[in-house]
Design a protein around this ligand. Structure first.
Ligand code: PEP
Ligand code: MG
Length: 574
């Protein structure tokens, strides 16, 4: 029976593939099919691993017997959970019935148990979920020390790509999909402008998030269709539905091919205003996609992706090579490199400096860099050195205070002074700009235009912080509204402040790549857009059909409106 689930559309396109269920990153295990003759040995492997953990726990209990009663209490609890027949015994049953490998059987059983915990009212008992996960992690470690005789990799070999089905995915997980057979992904949670969604758009793979229970409804190897534009996932479709989606996928491909004709056209409005269309990238490997659509430059290089999925920070040399590669490849076109924006949903493997209760409001981006001056200096030195190989601009994220701009400029000066002393050349006039993505910055633009060479509006965070909605939380996704009058006024005020101060302003948040907002932004006077390379041609098509003088008059009227319905209607009419 086909099953249709609705979620949030985050990355357009149609993907058809077989489900590959993934778990919590820590508990990510292989999904394997055990040969019938090895099934009993696999059961013994799991029982032996559990016995080993039982022994470890007993030793821990004895060592802590008279010392810390808290330690012995948790050891007792973990032993009790380990011995509960719901865990290991039921997992052994799964090995026999479904011929799963021991690790996968254990993780599947754990997820069932953990879900039940989520429904418990008592907060103490609910928190015991973490204990179940810890016990399972211990058994998994014991199992990994004793690999079994696994034979075949689970999954049908019918040429279909895989569709990753997960409760949640981090941006760091998602960035790996580029080099794999992943055709798309679906998750239970997440928001449309989370960095996970942004990475999906940047890789050009269809994705739907916020599907709530798909991780439990789908089973490994089920055929799944993702309709990325409508935010729909269809599990186990019948042949008629499959055929319809295959046709739609071909139609989309045809549309993309037609758009390619616009590659070499200049992006200019009907009344002759030239618009710069630049690209957002995460890693140097994204450059071929940027060149393929003839982008006018890189408007946002999110350098934090160089720092993720690894245990040590990239040193100056490694960063220099990455920035130089992008600058050289763009051959004199501008390359705007943003300094590290770590924090909130993008984390280093080492975590942050400390656990935070509200990371989006915590030590993120420039706040983190200023708190780690050595790390910041390393990045700035690498950026300055690379500036000799192209047209690099430095962009500082998440500014709110004048003193943050001053401290950032002082750090850049310090890096320059060091390089001069070492007789290393760099672009002395390297432009330094700031992201306007905190409402306080958009309401006090004087501070920024006076000190900086350019501004870039990060609409994703500007909307998150202005409307007080977590961009990664699907429960508040319906409140995420780029057309809220407050947002329109902040964006417009920033563009106007730039025009008045004669410094360039771009928009590099997701609004820039959404063609339904192109005319609105043109009417506000925007002349520089930065987006995923895959969106550039669609936006260019809109620009080629627009008259900016005409739009300016209409948008001025929209900015006076208060009622959401009226605003929406007027923007659609543009
Ligand atoms: C933004 O906030 O709009 C932006 C471009 O930065 P990021 O999405 O990386 O936070
Ligand atoms: Mg941002």
């Amino acid at each position: 029976m086909p099953f249709v689930i609705h979620g949030l559309p985050v990355s357009h396109g149609i993907a058809i593939g077989r489900a590959h269920l993934v778990s919590h990153a820590l508990l990510e295990v292989d999904h394997l099919l055990i040969a019938p003759r090895h099934v009993e040995a696999e059961v013994i492997r799991l029982e032996d691993a559990a016995a080993k953990v039982r022994f470890e726990l007993r030793a821990l209990r004895e060592a802590s017997a008279n010392v810390q009663s808290e330690v012995s209490a948790f050891v007792d609890l973990h032993t009790m959970l380990l011995d509960d027949p719901m865990l290991v015994s039921t997992a052994c049953k799964l090995i026999r019935e479904r011929r799963c490998n021991a690790e996968w059987a254990l993780v599947q059983q754990m997820e069932l148990i953990v879900d039940d915990f989520d429904n418990i009212d008592d907060p103490y008992l609910r928190e015991r979920k973490a204990d179940v996960i810890q016990v399972v992690e211990r058994v998994l470690k014991a199992l990994l020390g004793h690999p079994g005789h696994v034979t075949t990799r689970r999954g049908k070999d019918d040429g279909l790509d895989s569709i990753v089905v997960a409760h949640d995915l981090s941006p760091a997980d998602t960035i790996h999909f580029k080099d794999s057979q992943v055709a798309g992904f679906v998750t239970d949670v997440g928001g449309a402008t989370s960095h996970t969604a942004i990475v999906a758009r940047s890789l050009g793979i269809p994705a739907v998030v916020g599907l709530r229970h798909i991780r439990h409804i789908a089973r490994d190897d089920d055929i799944i269709i993702i309709d990325g534009a409508r935010g729909v996932a269809i599990i186990d479709p019948d042949e008629r539905v499959l055929e319809e989606y295959r046709l739609r996928r071909s139609a989309i491909e045809l549309e993309r091919t037609k758009l390619k004709r616009l590659k070499a056209n200049r992006a200019a409005t009907l009344d002759g205003i030239e618009i710069s269309l630049q690209a957002n990238i995460e890693l140097p490997r994204d450059i071929p996609g940027v060149k393929d659509v003839y982008a006018d430059g890189v408007g946002l290089f999110r350098t934090e992706f160089l720092f993720m999925n690894r245990d040590t920070l990239p040193n100056e040399e490694e960063q220099f090579e990455a920035y130089k590669a992008v600058a050289k490849a763009m051959g004199g076109k501008p390359v705007t490199i943003r300094t590290l924006d770590i924090g909130a949903d993008k984390n280093l493997n080492s975590g942050g400096p400390r656990p935070e209760t509200n990371p989006a409001l915590g030590l993120r981006a420039i706040r983190y860099c200023l708190a780690e001056p050595q790390m910041f200096l390393t990045q700035l030195r690498a950026l300055l050195r690379a500036s000799l190989h192209g047209k690099i601009k430095i962009l500082i994220p998440m500014l709110a205070h004048a003193h943050e701009v001053d401290a950032s400029l002082a750090a850049i000066e310090q890096a320059k002074a060091q390089l001069r002393a070492e007789k290393i050349k760099f672009d002395e006039a390297i432009p330094v700009g700031g992201m306007i993505e905190i409402p306080a910055a958009a309401l006090a633009l004087g501070i920024f235009v006076k000190r900086l060479d350019f501004l870039s509006i990060g609409t994703n965070d500007l909307i998150q912080y202005t409307l007080a909605i977590d961009r990664t939380d699907e429960a508040v996704a319906h409140l995420y509204d780029p057309l809220h009058p407050a947002i329109l006024r902040l964006i417009s005020a920033t563009i106007q402040a730039g025009i008045k101060a004669e410094i360039p302003v771009s928009v590099c948040g997701e609004m820039a790549g959404d063609k339904s907002f192109t005319r609105l932004l043109l009417g506000m006077g925007l002349q520089q857009f930065s987006m995923h390379p895959t969106q550039i041609l669609e936006v260019k098509q809109e620009i080629l059909r627009s008259n900016s003088a005409d739009l300016a008059l209409k948008v001025a009227k929209i900015l006076k409106l208060e009622e959401p319905d009226k605003i929406r209607e007027a923007v659609e009419k543009l």
